[in-house]
Design a protein around this ligand. Structure first.
Ligand code: OXD
Ligand code: MN
Length: 613
């Protein structure tokens, strides 16, 4: 399709402007076809950016190696450029939108020279669903086009729904590496130096401008940029929720079904939890989504969730048949791998894949030949796969995908989970006493920082409210208010009892020897079963100062967990909680200043009183 054939005048104008600014050699409007996907892969293979994997081991799959400076989301270079700084709030980088655009225009000028400018119309959510949103990404990266084919619904069908004047979020992306005449990428992942990378959001005008990175959330703009940062602003304005949450379907031995949504910071095992195989007999878990949930009230007063994505962009290291058998099945074919090891027999490999690498040598994520590890572990800093190596795979390939995962009406949510990697203090599971108490719990989520993000805080606990710290497109204090408002709306309409119940969970408790005391993975089904019952007002429980905990014996002990460990997992650590709450009062809540809702201040006081006994 040619630009002139487009029906949407605003889209046409925007594409022309981008073309004039970035001066690509040519422009292509993506149709979303399988042939187009194959062509993108061929272009990257010809440019030596991708390696085709062994067809008999990993059919239809390729491996990319990125530049060592371009391996994860870059939070320090991510901006919320609202007109007023206060609207971006204390947790986001801010720059005046006019100033940022001026800076970025200078970078974009001529940045696509020697390249093709691809225009990708995409829908987050089922095309045509009334919850779905349309975006159009302009990019000079065929890697991005191929990934977007998997992660979103792309192509001509989207333009049909957009019509002549439909709303779309313009998403501008350039890797920031123009090519001189005759120059090709020739095996060098194109990107710009760190200081020139910008992942920018303009919430008032609903625009995304990304420059300089070709990796994951920095470049696949439908995911974090649109479906979370811009969508959170749309959700605030339109009265719904755009959340960093997995969605799972759980069926009990009696055949009753519930849907649970869970917010966990990046790399806390959302994908593993969403695809869990229960160890509890008779229970079944199926996947609706592994990263993002968009939720709206239905006519019946329940909150209905859709997964706006069409694929999984999962962290590879640590994924194995034990930790996530369903993910391993999902990525058996038609998958894009990035920054994994390449074995002698043309397959991928990563740390904790469950087996040593075959053969004598392996090529690491930097493209260097190394001795093939005999076990699946490597010393820290010498990993074969980058710790944030990823797979991009179609959700429909997942053996446990729920049949309703594409239902445009969404699925009714019974429970919200909040959690993070917390070695101490936070018990295995804790139900909130009320909606507001649950919002309080969400607002104080914290987690040990991992490699999903470039940061000097790796290993430290950082507060990550609602797991939205890097993804909220506006003032986080106002975001807390929005959650409180959702509760109030339900109350006013007589739907309060239909609101999801809220739980705080922690799979990551450690003992004095720094060893995890809860086995996690499939054994988490024991906790999910208690949560399932609590949603029906069942499940033996205990009122405590921090919330409602399982009564002794309510969660059956898995093999290998001693009675003492189980008691520790469910103990209310009063001193630890006093420190936790003091940290919230002194260091966390003051950041939000006048934007902190009074309701949360009252919750803080109430829990302090309860802890004093
Ligand atoms: C992700 C993330 O990639 O949260 O999902 O970083
Ligand atoms: Mn995520």
């Amino acid at each position: 399709m040619k630009i002139d054939e487009l029906k949407h005048a605003g889209l046409k104008r925007w594409i022309e402007e981008a073309k004039t600014l970035m001066t690509p050699d040519s422009v292509e409007i993506c149709d979303g076809s399988a042939a187009e996907y194959d062509r993108m892969i061929k272009i990257t293979v010809d440019a030596k950016l991708a390696t085709v994997l062994n067809e008999s081991k990993r059919p239809g799959s390729v491996l990319f190696r990125s530049d060592p400076s371009d391996v994860a989301r870059v939070e320090d270079r991510t901006y919320i450029a609202s007109k007023n700084k206060e609207d971006a709030g204390p947790t986001n980088n801010w720059m005046d939108p006019a100033e940022l655009k001026q800076k970025m225009r200078a970078l974009y000028k001529g940045s696509m020279r020697g390249r093709v400018m691809y225009v990708i119309p995409f829908s987050m959510g089922q095309i045509g669903s009334n919850i779905a949103k349309i975006g159009v990404e302009i990019t000079d990266s065929p890697y991005v086009v191929a990934n977007m084919h998997i992660m979103a619904r792309v192509g001509t069908k989207v333009l049909d729904v957009l019509g002549a004047d439909g709303f779309f979020v313009p998403c501008l992306h350039s890797v920031g590496k123009p090519l001189a005449p005759g120059e090709t990428d020739n095996g060098k992942w194109p990107c710009a130096p760190m200081a020139d990378k910008y992942i920018s959001h303009f919430p008032e005008t609903r625009e995304i401008w990304s420059y300089g990175s070709g990796y994951g959330g920095n470049a696949l703009l439908g995911k974090k940029c649109l479906a979370l940062r811009i969508a959170s602003v749309l959700a605030r304005d339109e009265g719904w929720l755009a959340e960093h949450m997995l969605i799972l379907k759980i069926t009990n031995p009696e055949g009753e079904v519930k849907y649970i949504a869970g917010a966990f910071p990046s790399a806390c095992g959302k994908t593993n939890l969403a695809m869990l195989i229960p160890t509890l007999p008779g229970w079944k878990v199926e996947t609706v989504g592994d990263d993002i949930a968009w939720m709206k009230f239905g006519k019946d007063g329940r909150l209905y969730a859709i997964n706006p994505e069409a694929g999984f962009f999962g962290v590879a290291p640590g994924t194995n048949d034990e930790s996530n058998h369903n993910a391993m099945e999902t990525i058996k074919k038609n998958t894009i791998f990035t920054n994994c090891g390449l074995t002698e027999d043309g397959d991928i490999w990563w740390e904790q894949i469950g087996y040593g690498a075959p053969g004598k040598e392996i090529i690491d994520w930097k493209g260097v030949k190394r001795p093939a590890p005999k076990t699946d572990k490597s010393p820290k800093g010498e990993e074969i796969a980058h710790p944030n190596a990823r797979f991009t795979a179609p959700a429909k390939q997942c053996p446990c995908i729920a049949k309703e995962w594409e239902d445009p009406a969404g699925v009714p949510i019974s429970a919200f989970l909040f959690g993070g990697r917390r070695p101490k203090t936070i018990p295995l599971v804790n139900q909130s006493k009320s909606w507001i108490h649950g919002v309080f719990m969400g607002s104080i989520v914290g987690s040990e920082v991992t490699a999903a993000v470039i940061s000097d805080q790796v290993g430290q606990v950082r507060r990550d409210p609602f797991a939205m710290l890097p993804f909220c497109g506006y003032n986080m204090g106002d975001y807390f208010k929005h959650w409180i408002k959702i509760g109030k709306t339900a109350e006013e309409k007589g739907w309060a009892d239909k609101l999801p119940k809220i739980f705080f969970v922690n799979w990551f408790r450690k003992n004095e020897q720094d060893k995890f005391i809860w086995p996690g993975y499939g054994e988490n089904s024991r906790v999910l079963a208690w949560i399932f019952d609590r949603c029906d007002g069942k499940g033996k429980s205990l009122e405590t100062p921090i919330g409602t905990l399982p009564a002794a014996g309510a969660i059956e002990r898995p093999a290998g967990v001693s009675e003492q460990d189980m008691a520790e997992l469910l103990r209310v650590d009063i001193d630890g909680w006093k420190k936790e709450i003091e940290d919230v009062r002194k260091n966390h809540y003051p950041k939000f200043g006048s934007h902190l809702p009074d309701e949360l201040k009252s919750e803080l006081e109430a829990i302090e009183k309860r802890l004093e006994g």
